[in-house]
Design a protein around this ligand. Structure first.
Ligand SMILES: NC(=O)c1ccc[n+]([C@@H]2O[C@H](COP(=O)([O-])OP(=O)(O)OC[C@H]3O[C@@H](n4cnc5c(N)ncnc54)[C@H](O)[C@@H]3O)[C@@H](O)[C@H]2O)c1
Ligand SMILES: O=CCCC(=O)O
Length: 512
């Protein structure tokens, strides 16, 4: 297929996966709501239109849930809760394991679908399939590890039995930037713990979720355990669920702004909440860093997923003595990155997801430049169809630049110079966000000091990526509440039950 795309600086490229292959895949995905194991076509809620961000063209039309559909999904989750909670852990584990195998077997379909609906290059999509599938395998393994304890009270007069049980029906809401992994990172632990779910995917990227839902059914998930309600009326559909006493848990991944509102709404029913929110990650490069390793790390931390990641390095803080060389090397790598349609083999950076996202990036860069920032490379939208933006490096930023405070969510790297470790830590921590920070240094003690001094839920030392299904992902401050993945992830879906038992030896002769 011949498609308009952009390479580096505006070079037009040509061939990609055939349009027939793309069409067949999109057509094969169910386009309805999944409630009680049945697919429902579009009803009164109308449709969600999914667009290809490389062209702006309509890709698919999906049923959009109404508030009544949302309540039907909650009723289905509530009806299935008791039997799912009672099912044998091994049975749940095997369903999740099967789901892992099926997603892995369909890696090409999942990858292509994500590339089509949110634009990232196929290599990034394939990496997400591996990452996203791994949450299913990891939590299949955790299912059998949930345990409690039995102990003697300190005064010997009672026995203390502590057990875990599933929280109950859970509402899962996910963003568009990692359409598969943000879903499996919630569905995996929820199902492992014995919770049923209502899942509302992002309005921009429902196709991947619908393919995942179909795959979960094939893996053996019983009716009502996973219910999926894409909708273009997010607040109107999820609001009544959050106010309904049958719902016991809300797990949200998305912006801090929406998360803050959902925490307030959840107060009414005192819902358990998990919040994976926005970030403003600092990436610190010290004078003793291995500069090539730091540049590699910055490329990954900044340009993974085209910069559309909560973990994306938003501020590159570089020691004055290496700033010039680091900037030169980084800008050189940025300018060599091929921008284009994600299905093209050479593409390293796809389009941004929509025009609003690109407009925000453009606004932040324009304001920074107006305030005195210097564009080392990039710095502009790419004209033509689709929502492409040039990989951009900025220096000489005014200290109060909005781009240093706001999540950029695009391929723009603002570089700020520092002179001392204390100054670097102060700059890094001067944000209301606290998701992740990265630091590059060869000094072990400095690395450990930074791991203790940086106010974030996660710290990467000499690496530009920390995401790992076996590790607890999450933030502090306004980046969120709770953790996903690791041993901690399943705890978000479990409650602790304590049973106090009278001393079974009471009344007996102590020696008997
Ligand atoms: N911390 C993390 O793990 C993590 C991971 C991925 C993305 N994010 C964050 O997500 C944001 C980007 O994603 P986004 O643009 O989809 O975020 P968003 O907050 O706009 O939307 C997230 C989800 O919430 C839904 N939503 C929006 N308004 C709602 C409402 N009133 N009631 C209920 N649901 C509502 C959306 O439809 C979507 O499904 C960034 O801030 C990014 O940092 C965080
Ligand atoms: O966008 C944030 C999620 C990124 C990740 O899980 O690595």
């Amino acid at each position: 297929m011949s498609s308009p795309a952009v390479r580096g600086r505006l070079e037009v490229v040509t061939e990609t996966i055939s349009q027939d292959q793309e069409r067949q895949l999109v057509d094969s995905v169910p386009k309805g709501l999944l409630i009680r194991g049945q697919w429902r076509p579009a009803g009164d809620g109308g449709t969600v239109d999914v667009h290809d961000p490389s062209t702006g063209e309509l890709l698919a039309t999906i049923a959009s849930a109404t508030p009544e559909d949302g309540m039907a999904a909650l009723a289905a989750a509530d009806a299935a809760q008791a039997s799912w909670a009672r099912s044998a852990p091994r049975a749940r584990a095997e369903i999740l394991r099967k789901a892992f195998e099926l997603v892995t077997a369909r890696a090409d379909d999942f990858a292509l679908l994500m590339t089509l609906e949110m634009g990232k290059p196929l290599a990034d999509s394939r990496a997400e399939v591996a990452y996203g599938a791994e949450f299913l395998r990891w939590f299949s393994e955790q299912t059998n590890r949930v345990s409690g304890r039995y102990s003697v009270a300190p005064d010997g007069a009672a026995r203390l039995l502590v057990t875990k049980r599933p929280v109950g029906p859970s509402l899962l809401i996910t963003p568009w930037n990692f359409p598969l992994a943000m879903g499996t990172r919630k569905i995996g632990p929820a199902l492992a713990a014995g919770c049923t779910v209502v899942f509302k995917p992002a309005t921009l990227t429902p196709l991947t979720t619908l393919l995942l839902a179909q795959t979960l059914i094939e893996a053996g998930v019983p009716d009502g355990v996973v219910n999926v309600i894409p909708t273009r009326h997010a607040g109107a559909v999820t609001g009544p669920l959050i106010r309904d006493p049958r719902l016991r848990k809300l797990s949200f991944t998305g912006s801090t702004e929406v998360g803050r509102r959902l925490i307030a709404d959840s107060a009414e029913q005192v819902l358990r909440v998990s919040m994976e929110l926005g970030g403003n990650a600092p990436l610190l490069v010290f004078e003793d860093a291995d500069l090539e390793q730091a540049v590699d790390g910055a490329m990954l931390a900044k340009l993974r997923n085209g910069g559309e990641a909560c973990t994306a390095a938003n501020r590159l803080l570089v020691h004055r003595s290496v700033a010039e060389e680091f900037t030169r090397r980084l800008a050189e790598r940025f300018s060599r990155h091929t921008v284009g349609r994600g299905t093209l083999p050479d593409t390293k950076i796809g389009p941004l997801v929509d025009d609003d996202t690109r407009d925000k990036v453009e606004r932040l860069v324009t304001a920074a430049v107006a305030g005195g920032a210097r564009v080392v490379t990039g710095g502009a939208k790419i004209p033509g169809p689709g929502y492409f933006y040039q990989p951009t490096v900025l220096t000489d930023l005014p200290a109060d630049a909005e781009i240093l405070r706001e999540e950029i969510f695009g391929p723009v790297a603002p570089i700020v110079v520092f002179d001392t470790e204390d100054e670097a830590v102060r700059l890094a921590n001067s944000t209301e966000y606290g998701l992740v920070a990265y630091a590059f240094t060869k000094d072990l003690n400095r690395g450990l000091r930074l791991a203790e001094r940086l106010d974030t839920g996660m710290v990467g030392i000499n690496t530009g990526i920390v995401s790992n299904p076996a590790a607890p992902f999450g933030g502090v401050k306004q980046s969120g509440i709770g953790r996903e993945g690791g041993l901690e992830g399943i705890e978000e879906y479990l409650e602790t039950r304590y049973v106090g038992i009278a001393d079974p030896f009471a009344g007996l002769d102590k020696d008997s």
